[in-house]
Design a protein around this ligand. Structure first.
Ligand code: GLC
Ligand code: CA
Length: 559
């Protein structure tokens, strides 16, 4: 097994726009992050991942880059960045950036040039196609954010491809010049000392030859078979690893859109030398039936156990995963998988236990360490996310949903849930900014905030801090082999993990009622390493778990 520094580490994702606003203009910034580095160090974080900080017109909040080697002025200057990197390293933490290389902004110089004429040297940086016979888009591909994936350019009479918004034209990776531009940009940051990249929608960079129509199957299947996993993809990834990443003490974390446990190995198996790890979408989407907003299935623990198991079996010893239960693209973790009302604290803590005891690098999202919850946006004017707005406009226009229902759907699954300002204290806007923030703060900041929790030894925050530390002391947490108990129990998730002689047992109760778990082990010699309740009731053969109780026991070492 390749033992690299990032495996036992915890990644903390920062959404800079919403983290901390140092100059009170309503937008989080780099100096705001610098102010909070001590907080992050104290939380026992190892690696910071910053969502994009590069120049961008912000059609998709920085995921539409107009210059890969500059800092978005709203976020600060290059000097601020250099200081942030220095100060992060000084505290023994690492920093990775978000590389958005499948597409850029339509305001990037490359696209502005490309639009000028068909023989412009930048034309071939993008995907241009003639209209179909009826004058419509060249094929039936849909954008991830609604509508056709093609936009007509009247000046040249051709369409360009955009798998996301029309302000995010897809780059043509077949063109070696495009690859060189991206690799050079990566080197620019790596030479500064950056420790790696999170790679945005990286499975999409190679397009199917001839741009064939997508068959009439669910969107998820279309992503897998038509948009992702294209014919030259692995060649590009190997080139990127060979020429760039492997030349530095740096790693890549891929966003695994369109990756299934069956083909994951092609991306992350150690011997393929492509990517260092990925986070997949099966857990993040396990309650989404078809289409992000529309149908949700109730949370089903057995389904989740199956997902964890099939990925574990597929990747075991051959590659490496990152574990994410939430990020800037999904509603809040505790609101989706826990109980954000009467068991808010217990379930927040229990979810961390589960996440921290799966094999792989732990990947947590800002605000989850204090149990931040979904927000209720009262009107469509308060919604800021382009994905939600496109969904709303499309479905109001075609009269599929009423305004109220569409807004309810957005409130349940929309990305703004995870993007509300970080709640630092109970002052105005949760201490994020004195100015009205770009997206309104969750009014529950008077009850859920860092300051309150810092002083409370039983808080979610202090639980995170403690668990992240303990996790590093026992290799079984990160590397252990799994042995599941109660596999068919719809409320209990129970497993043993063994690494070398070391054995731990994890017991989680995913329900609002007390449940009893029967155990064969000698539990009277076990030590309680982690418990999100003050008490634990057990006898020789069974353990009672309170609603959302989560426990990690250290069992006697194996001989
Ligand atoms: C990724 C990002 C998401 C963005 C999309 C397009 O999924 O996480 O926020 O909208 O890519 O770049
Ligand atoms: Ca600011």
């Amino acid at each position: 097994m390749k033992l690299s520094w990032f495996k036992k580490g915890t990644i903390y994702q920062i959404y800079p726009r919403s983290f901390n606003d140092s100059n009170n203009d309503g937008i989080g910034d780099l100096r705001g992050i610098i102010e909070k580095l001590d907080y992050l160090e104290h939380l026992n974080i190892d690696i910071l991942w910053l969502s994009p900080i590069f120049s961008s017109p912000n059609d998709d909040n920085g995921y539409d880059i107009s210059d890969y080697c500059s800092i978005m002025p709203e976020f600060g200057t290059m000097d601020d960045f250099d200081e942030l990197l220095r100060e992060t390293h000084k505290r023994g933490m690492r920093l990775i950036l978000d590389l958005v290389a499948n597409h850029c902004s339509d305001e990037h110089m490359w696209f502005e040039e490309a639009k000028k004429s068909k023989d412009n040297p930048y034309r071939d940086y993008f995907h241009w196609r003639k209209p179909s016979a009826d004058g419509g888009p060249p094929n039936n591909w849909k954008s991830f954010f609604g509508g056709s994936a093609w936009e007509y350019d009247s000046a040249s009479g051709e369409y360009y491809l955009h798998l996301f918004t029309k302000k995010q034209p897809d780059l043509n990776w077949k063109n070696p010049k495009v690859r060189k531009e991206i690799f050079d940009a990566m080197r620019f940051w790596l030479d500064k000392g950056v420790d790696g990249f999170r790679m945005d929608v990286i499975p999409l960079i190679s397009k199917r030859e001839g741009y064939p129509n997508a068959p009439d199957v669910g969107f998820r299947k279309i992503i897998e078979d038509v948009y992702a996993n294209g014919p030259n993809l692995h060649e590009y990834l190997r080139e990127m690893n060979d020429k760039v990443i492997s030349q530095y003490d740096a790693f890549s974390l891929a966003e695994g859109v369109g990756i299934d446990h069956n083909n994951a190995g092609l991306y992350i198996d150690y011997d393929r030398k492509e990517l260092d790890m990925l986070y997949h979408f099966d857990i993040l989407e396990c309650t989404i039936v078809n289409g992000k907003f529309e149908e949700a299935s109730p949370f089903d623990l057995i389904n989740m156990k199956n997902i964890f198991k099939k990925w574990r079996d597929a990747v075991h010893q051959k590659g490496w995963l990152a574990n994410a239960m939430g990020n800037h693209d999904f509603a809040r973790m505790v609101s989706r998988f826990g109980n954000d009302k009467e068991y808010w604290a217990a379930s927040s803590k229990m979810l961390l236990i589960m996440q921290a005891t799966q094999n792989g690098t732990l990947n947590i999202y800002q605000g989850d360490e204090i149990g931040m919850t979904n927000i209720v946006l009262e009107s469509i004017d308060e919604v800021k996310d382009v994905q939600s707005l496109n969904f709303y406009n499309e479905n109001i226009e075609n009269e599929k949903y009423s305004k109220q229902l569409a807004l309810e759907m957005i409130n349940r699954e929309g990305r703004d849930n995870a993007r509300t300002p970080m709640q630092w204290n109970d002052e105005i806007n949760g201490g994020f900014s004195m100015h009205d923030p770009w997206l309104k703060a969750n009014p529950n900041y008077d009850k859920i905030n860092v300051e309150l929790q810092q002083n409370d030894p039983n808080s979610i925050l202090n639980f995170y801090r403690n668990l992240l530390k303990i996790r590093k002391q026992y290799d079984a947490f990160v590397f252990g082999d799994f042995e599941e108990l109660e596999y068919n129990n719809p409320s209990l998730y129970v497993y043993k993990k063994v690494f070398g002689g070391e054995q731990i047992m994890v017991l989680l109760n995913f329900s609002n009622i007390t449940n009893t778990c029967t155990i064969q082990e000698e539990i009277n010699t076990a030590i309680v390493l982690i418990n999100n309740y003050d008490t634990l009731t057990a006898d020789q053969k069974s353990i009672n778990l309170e609603p959302y109780q989560g426990v990690v026991l250290k069992l006697k070492n194996k001989a």
